[in-house]
Design a protein around this ligand. Structure first.
Ligand SMILES: Cc1cc2nc3c(=O)[nH]c(=O)nc-3n(C[C@H](O)[C@H](O)[C@H](O)COP(=O)(O)OP(=O)(O)OC[C@H]3O[C@@H](n4cnc5c(N)ncnc54)[C@H](O)[C@@H]3O)c2cc1C
Length: 218
C-alpha cells in the first residue's frame, strides 16, 4: 500500500511546530521519530497492547498537550479515550509525559504474556502495592493492557486488595473481577476472548503476588 503524497515539514522549534499544527489542523500529523518505543510517540499512539500507556495509567501519570492557544495537563485515565484514540485535539502536540515517583516502600511488578518473545503482548498488567505500618496493603494501583480498547486502571481490583495481605483468597477474588472486565470485542487472530480472560485472571494473581513480595517494610 502506498501512502498518498504529503508535505513534510521539519520545524526546528516547538513554536514553529505548533504554528504548523494550527495551520493544517486535522490534516497534520506529528512524526515522533520512527523508532520503536519512543515514549511520547507510544503514548500518543495509544495502542491498547502497548506497555507505556498501561504503565502511565497504573501510576496515575499525566501528559502535557500544547497548542498555539496554550497548554493543558491531562491525567492518563482521561487522555486514553478508546482504540488508538486520545483526548488530543487537532492542533495539539504532546510535549511532556509525567511518570510519578512511587512511595519507596511500595512493591511493583509488570507481567505480560506474548506467544513469541518480542511480540506485542496479548495481555499484561502493571501493579504497585504499598504496605502500611501494619503490613496490610494501604494503597494499590493496577492497570491492564490488551483487555479493552484502551489501557484500563482497575479500581475494583484495587479496592478488593486494600486492607488485606494479599492472601490467596483475596487474589482469587481480584482475578475474577479482572476476568470479567475483559471486553467482549477483544477477539482477534491471536486470541479468543475466553483465552484473554483466562490470561487476565492468571496475570492478575501473578502480578499482585510479585509486587507484594517486593514491598519494603520500614
Ligand atoms: C515491529 C514493531 C514491534 C513493536 N512492538 C511493540 C511492543 O511490543 N510494545 C509497544 O508498546 N510498542 C511496540 N511497537 C510500537 C512502537 O513502539 C510505537 O509505534 C512507537 O512507540 C511510537 O513511536 P514512533 O516514534 O514510531 O511514533 P510515530 O509513529 O511517529 O507516532 C505514532 C502516533 O502518535 C502521534 N504522535 C507522535 N508523537 C506525537 C506528539 N508529540 N504529539 C502528538 N502526537 C504524536 C503520531 O502522529 C502518530 O499518530 C512496535 C512497533 C514495531 C514497528
Amino acid at each position: 500500500m502506498k501512502p498518498p503524497r504529503f508535505r513534510y515539514c521539519a520545524p526546528d522549534m516547538l513554536d514553529e511546530a505548533l504554528a504548523l499544527l494550527d495551520q493544517y489542523g486535522e490534516d497534520a500529523k506529528v512524526l515522533a521519530g520512527g523508532q520503536s518505543l519512543v515514549v511520547v510517540g507510544s503514548i500518543a499512539h495509544a495502542d491498547p497492547a502497548a506497555e507505556l500507556p498501561a504503565l502511565l495509567t497504573c501510576l496515575n501519570g499525566e501528559v502535557v498537550a500544547q497548542s498555539v492557544h496554550g497548554e493543558r495537563v491531562m491525567k492518563a485515565e482521561e487522555f486514553f479515550t478508546g482504540y488508538l484514540s486520545t483526548a488530543l485535539n487537532p492542533g495539539e502536540m504532546l510535549t511532556e509525559v509525567r511518570f510519578p515517583w512511587i512511595i519507596p516502600q511500595s512493591g511493583w511488578a509488570f507481567i505480560e504474556f506474548a506467544r513469541r518473545l518480542g511480540d506485542y503482548a496479548l495481555v499484561g498488567a502493571a501493579a504497585v502495592v504499598t504496605p502500611g505500618l501494619d503490613d496490610h496493603c494501604m494503597f494499590a494501583h493496577i492497570s491492564y493492557l490488551g483487555i479493552s480498547g484502551s489501557p484500563i486502571r482497575m479500581h475494583e481490583v484495587e479496592n478488593i486488595i486494600i486492607g488485606t495481605q494479599l492472601d490467596e483468597q483475596t487474589l482469587e477474588q481480584a482475578a475474577e473481577i479482572a476476568r470479567s472486565a475483559v471486553s467482549d470485542d477483544m477477539e482477534d487472530v491471536h486470541a479468543t476472548v475466553n483465552y484473554r480472560r483466562t490470561l487476565t485472571a492468571e496475570i492478575t494473581k501473578r502480578v499482585l503476588r510479585a509486587a507484594w513480595a517486593r514491598r519494603k517494610m520500614t
